[in-house]
Write a protein that binds this ligand. Structure first.
Ligand SMILES: NC(=O)c1ccc[n+]([C@@H]2O[C@H](COP(=O)([O-])OP(=O)(O)OC[C@H]3O[C@@H](n4cnc5c(N)ncnc54)[C@H](O)[C@@H]3O)[C@@H](O)[C@H]2O)c1
Length: 426
């Protein structure tokens, strides 16, 4: 049993803390937001992640929540950093929360390992190492242990990882982090710190590249009469390619892909390299979100005075995360075109992120009287909608299925003009 301090009670910190507690470790989770810590102490979970509330409750005896650094690090063997690293104005990662944590460790007496879970640019570990040494913390090791969990499936991903990446300056600290994961079945990739940092950025870039690739194939399908769903199935069965991340849609969003792609682009640029492919991936994604507006205009003409329902606001299902969600871009573009926006999401507090939109309690309520609907997030609830009733309730039954979630033939039979992404309707 080890003692683990986790800095950051967000999506990654809470899942990490809960999963280590489940393995039998004593975990103290520290955040700087009093309302977050108070809520956790009351047994309330400040974010939505399936299974997290139950996991935290089940391991309550081994979990402590605090605002106090001294309490968090007391006797800790591992100091996990899971604070946010959002983009700065320049697109570089903002590491200020990371530096704050490193500075907060000043005076730590016991040997421990600082373990970086936050996604950081290559070279961060080396800089942290210098900063620790300068602060007289040579006895604190540094390990990069990047996080690959996907929101909505994070607990399963943590407990059954495709791999655990451990990059350390000193093998003993790497061994200790590997041992901390005992009980979790997954291959361990041991490497140097810079390579571990790059594995995280490169993995995200590879996934984003596949998304923008299939989205461009979808756009060519639209121009040529092929159906991207069949095309993705056909290429995904090729064992050299594989089926995942080949679902065409209105582009990726979320708290990781957009910021991590920008950070990698800027990291490359600052190192004197123009990362052409990544630039294209980012640009394709931006244009993909906006193509929805073109589709609506093709059917409605000017959008001025129309009303459009957005079905789903989270950047993907099973999360309440709306950071960089396509819904935000769409709502902004629709408002700029003069349309009124109505919206529904089963979890997200829509009014908080889209104050100009009217938020509705059910898809049918959001669809009442609108000129068009856009399926933005593939929430399972949308498969249960009575689309015949929906067509009746809309003033114009036009649906842009931004995730190719629904069956075009069924929607047309229900009375809809159906537009998917790269689909020919066969
Ligand atoms: N969200 C994901 O699914 C995911 C997946 C892989 C990697 N990551 C990376 O993990 C990191 C964390 O992401 P997140 O989504 O959990 O962020 P988040 O914004 O949900 O949580 C970060 C938390 O850190 C807290 N914090 C800030 N300064 C602190 C300090 N000095 N001490 C303690 N807590 C502090 C914030 O108050 C916040 O609660 C980021 O680098 C992100 O890129 C996220």
């Amino acid at each position: 049993m080890s003692r683990v301090a986790v800095f950051g009670a967000g999506y990654v910190g809470l899942v990490t803390g809960a999963c280590f507690a489940e393995l039998g470790h004593e975990v103290t989770i520290r955040d700087v937001l009093p309302e977050r810590i108070d809520a956790l102490r009351r047994g309330e979970v400040p974010i939505f992640e399936p299974g997290l509330e139950e996991l935290l409750a089940r391991n309550a005896d081994r979990l402590t929540y605090t605002l106090d650094v001294a309490e968090a690090v007391r006797d800790a063997d591992f100091l996990y950093v899971a604070v946010g690293t959002p983009p700065t104005y320049s697109g570089d990662a903002d590491l200020s929360a990371v530096w704050t944590v490193v500075d907060e460790l000043r005076g730590l007496e016991q040997p421990a390992a600082l373990v970086m879970k936050s996604t950081v640019p290559v070279g961060t570990g080396a800089t942290v190492r210098h900063r620790l040494d300068d602060a007289g913390l040579g006895h604190v090791g540094y390990v990069s242990n990047p996080e690959f969990t996907a929101e909505g499936n994070a607990i399963r991903d943590f407990q059954h990882p495709d791999r655990i990446v451990i990059g350390a300056f000193d093998a003993a600290h790497g061994d200790a982090v590997a041992e901390l994961h005992r009980g979790i079945d997954g291959p361990i990739v041991r490497c140097d710190v810079a390579s571990a940092e790059m594995i995280k950025l490169a993995a995200n870039a590879a996934l984003m590249t596949r998304i923008s690739f299939i989205n461009e194939i979808a756009n060519v399908c639209e121009a040529t009469g092929a159906d991207v769903v069949r095309v993705a199935e056909g290429i995904g069965l090729d064992s050299r390619i594989g089926p995942s991340f080949l679902r065409a849609g209105i582009g990726y969003g979320g708290s990781c892909f957009p910021k991590d792609s920008l950070a990698l682009k800027q990291l490359a640029a600052s190192s004197g390299y123009h990362f052409q492919l990544l630039n294209a991936v980012i640009e394709v994604n931006e244009l993909q979100k906006r193509r929805v507006i073109g589709k609506l205009k093709r059917h409605l003409g000017s959008l001025r005075g129309t009303s459009v329902a957005l079905l789903g606001l989270a950047f993907k299902p099973n999360t309440d995360d709306t950071r960089e969600a396509p819904s935000l871009v769409l709502a902004g573009r629709l408002a700029a075109e003069g349309a009124t926006v109505r919206a529904w999401d089963p979890i997200v507090d829509g009014q908080a992120i889209l104050p100009q939109a009217t938020i509705h309690a059910s898809p049918l309520e959001a669809l009442a009287g609108v000129d068009a609907a856009v399926l933005v997030t593939e929430w399972p609830e949308l498969a249960e909608v009575d689309w015949t009733e929906a067509a009746r309730t809309m003033s114009n039954a036009l649906l842009v299925d931004g995730r190719n979630m629904l069956d075009p033939a069924e929607l047309r039979a229900a009375g809809f003009v159906y537009e998917g992404i790269g689909r020919n309707g066969q």
